[in-house]
Every structure is written in C-alpha cells, then in structure tokens.
Design a protein around this ligand. Structure first.
Ligand code: ATP
Length: 366
C-alpha cells in the first residue's frame, strides 16, 4: 500500500476547509487536503495560485482565516512556528557565511540546547547523509552551489522535523545539477522517512521527485494524484494543459463513444471507459506522443486524419511535429527518432497521416 491508499493510515497533515484571506482577497479557498507520513508531496500551479501561502500556513508564518490544519491529529493553530515539528527550507539557503559547514548544520540544534556529544553525533550523521563529510570545515563560499544546497538540506533535517517544506529548493542550480540533485533529494527523503512538501515551478521536477502531485489554481486544488495519474488521466483541461503538452479537441457527442468535431467528416472514436452524453459538448485531450505520424494511412486505426507538416522540432531522441489539418486546426504529434531512419522522418509541407487509438484520448467536460 502507498500511504494514501492504506485505509488504516492516518494522514500526518490535514487541511480541513481552510481559507486564507488577505483583506478581501482569498488566497486559499476552502481547501481540504491530506498528506501522509513518508510522502514526497509536490505543489504545482501558476504564479499567485497560493502555493507559498499554503506552505506558510503549515510553517505557522500565517494563520488560517477559517478552517483547521492538524499535524498528527493535533490542531496547529495554538502552536508557534518554532514549536512545530515542521521546518522550511527556502530557495536562498541563507547559510551563515562565517560559519563552517558543520557549524551551519549544528546551528539549530545548539539553539535548542542539545548536549555536546549528541550534537556532534547528529552533525556527523547529517554530513554523512548529504555526503559532505570531507567538507565539514569549509565555509559556504568554499563549496559549490550544489553542495551549499545539501548543507541547507542537512541543516533543515538536523532537528528531525516530521515535515520539511521545500520552497523551490533547487531553483538556484543549473539544469544538469538540478536533475542530479533531484535524485539525491529523493534518496534523502526515503532514507530519513521525513515527509517532504515541495513547491516548484518545474513540472518535470515535480513529476520526478514526488509520490503525489497537487495542481493548484486560484487557491483551490484542481487534482491530486500520482505523477502518472495526473499525466495519463487529468480530470480537467486545465490540468491536462498545465502538465506536459496536450491537444485539446472540442466537439459534440453524437453517440456514447463518438465525438463530432470541426475537422472530421467522420466523428472521432473516444475511449470505451468514458461514455459521453449524446448532444453534449466535450473536449478530448490527447498527448502528442500518442499520435502516430505516417506517410501512408495505417491499415487499422481508430482515428485517422490527414494534414500537412507545419513545423518540426528535432529533440534528439524525439521529434515534435505541428501538423495543420484541412480546417486549420493544428495538432501536435511526437514520435521517437529511430537511429535507422534518417534524422527527420518528415519535412516541412509533407502530407502526413495522423492516427491514434480511441483509448489514447481522455474525455473532459467542456
Ligand atoms: P509564486 O509561484 O509566484 O510564488 P504562489 O502560488 O506561491 O506564487 P502565493 O505567494 O501563495 O502564490 O500568493 C497567493 C496570492 O496571495 C497572490 O495573489 C498574492 O499576491 C497574495 N498574497 C500573498 N501574501 C500576501 C500578503 N501578505 N498580503 C496580501 N496578499 C498576499
């Protein structure tokens, strides 16, 4: 069982109908959310949707206007930030420049009055956890950006919080280092068993590190699911469009599995498991990689349309095609580049066929 699938598991964190207003502006709007122990939980959403506010409510830097937040079943409202088993790591790691790596990690522990031997043992353990044993005596300016990030992580885990909040923790790193660090972060989360809640602008990062992802929009949660659940079965056009690339086709149901659309003489075949109401309007979401691009029509296809290649983006292992259909609609299709084929299978203005399985589409309300 994943923690959130286990009926016996009690959530570590519960938001119960939480609203946070700033003046008459509602930043968090009647939010309900359960986060379980040992989860790596990611919050994604456009700028201003309330991600940071949600984290600040957990840390205790803000208080809900109404509703309740509990940690381990206890109402957090009367507990001040420094007494909560919650820590927050900010993007600007805010390491003390005049203190060594070890002293930076020890800082919070010292202030909470841990004895000398226990302190040393804990600092050593943390140094080992983030693989910085050799750098214990260096100052922050004598280590790399990635190493500074790990010091900050070690410092925020030193007091063994139940919950660690990470606000864009890898934002200062370049792409390659960022990707490597994502795996380290996952390893550390797993080995400590601490619950991590991460806010990131990087969808790929959220999908990589998180056990579950929440998509926020205007202070509300649009969908919470595993990364592949969010990607494969988005429950709204908003989510489908927010995560990865998607084609959204508008149409009207002519039968439970037939969608009449602007481009086709024949309606599209839609997935078996999502019957539609005849006469109603829907959107069909199809990921570009689910659409085959071929020079000749395939022998069998649930859905087939013809178009002309408008643009090609060569991405090494993949190429993305923008294909213009007769009626002017543009469809994105992505296909793997096989080494045996020439680099690009098609070129601009080629006439191509697009085909996809009925099961590749996701039926969404208009
Ligand atoms: P970003 O991705 O840009 O950091 P976010 O999703 O973290 O955005 P929040 O910082 O949570 O968004 O802000 C949510 C909304 O609440 C924004 O419209 C913001 O302007 C507003 N807000 C946040 N803090 C305050 C405050 N102290 N006073 C007034 N409005 C605030």
């Amino acid at each position: 069982f994943a923690p959130w699938e286990n009926p016996a598991e009690i959530p570590l964190i519960q938001f119960k109908n939480v609203t946070k207003k700033f003046g008459d502006f509602t930043a968090i709007d009647g939010l309900n959310l359960d986060i379980y122990a040992r989860e790596f939980f990611a919050l994604l959403g456009p700028s201003g949707c309330g991600k940071t506010t949600l984290m600040r409510l957990l840390a205790g830097f803000e208080t809900p206007t109404s509703g309740q937040i509990t940690l381990g079943g206890t109402d957090l409202a009367p507990i001040p930030p420094n007494k909560r088993a919650v820590n927050m790591m900010f993007q600007s790691y805010a390491l003390f420049p005049h203190l060594s790596v070890a002293d930076n990690i020890a800082f919070g522990l010292k202030r909470s009055g841990v004895g000398r031997d226990a302190l040393q043992a804990r600092v050593d353990e943390m140094l080992k956890l983030v693989q910085l044993g050799k750098f214990a005596n260096r100052k922050p300016h004598q280590i790399s950006g990635g190493q500074r990030q790990r010091v900050a992580l070690a410092r925020s885990l030193a007091k063994a919080p139940k919950l660690l909040l990470l606000d864009e923790p890898l934002g200062a790193l370049d792409k390659k280092l960022r990707q490597e660090t994502q795996f380290e972060l996952m390893d550390i989360q797993e080995s400590t068993g601490t619950t991590f809640v991460i806010v990131t602008h990087d969808q790929e990062e959220a999908m990589t590190v998180a056990s579950r992802v929440a998509i926020m929009n205007h202070g509300k949660l649009e969908q919470i699911d595993t990364p592949d659940g969010i990607y494969e079965t988005p429950n709204s056009a908003y989510v489908a469009d927010f995560i990865g690339e998607v084609n959204l086709i508008q149409g009207r149901a002519t039968a439970p599995h037939h969608l009449d659309w602007a481009e086709g003489e024949i309606p599209l075949n839609t997935p078996e498991q999502s019957p539609m109401d005849q006469g109603r309007e829907y959107q069909l979401a199809i990921r570009p990689e689910k659409i085959n691009v071929t020079a000749q029509p395939p022998e069998k296809a649930d859905n087939l349309v013809q178009g002309q290649v408008l643009d090609i983006a060569y991405l090494g292992n993949l190429s993305t095609y923008h294909v213009k259909l007769k009626g002017g609609q543009i469809i994105k299709a992505q296909s793997a580049n096989s080494r045996r084929l020439s680099r690009r299978r098609f070129t601009w203005e080629d006439q191509v066929y697009l085909s996809w399985a009925a099961s590749a589409g996701v039926v969404l309300d208009k």
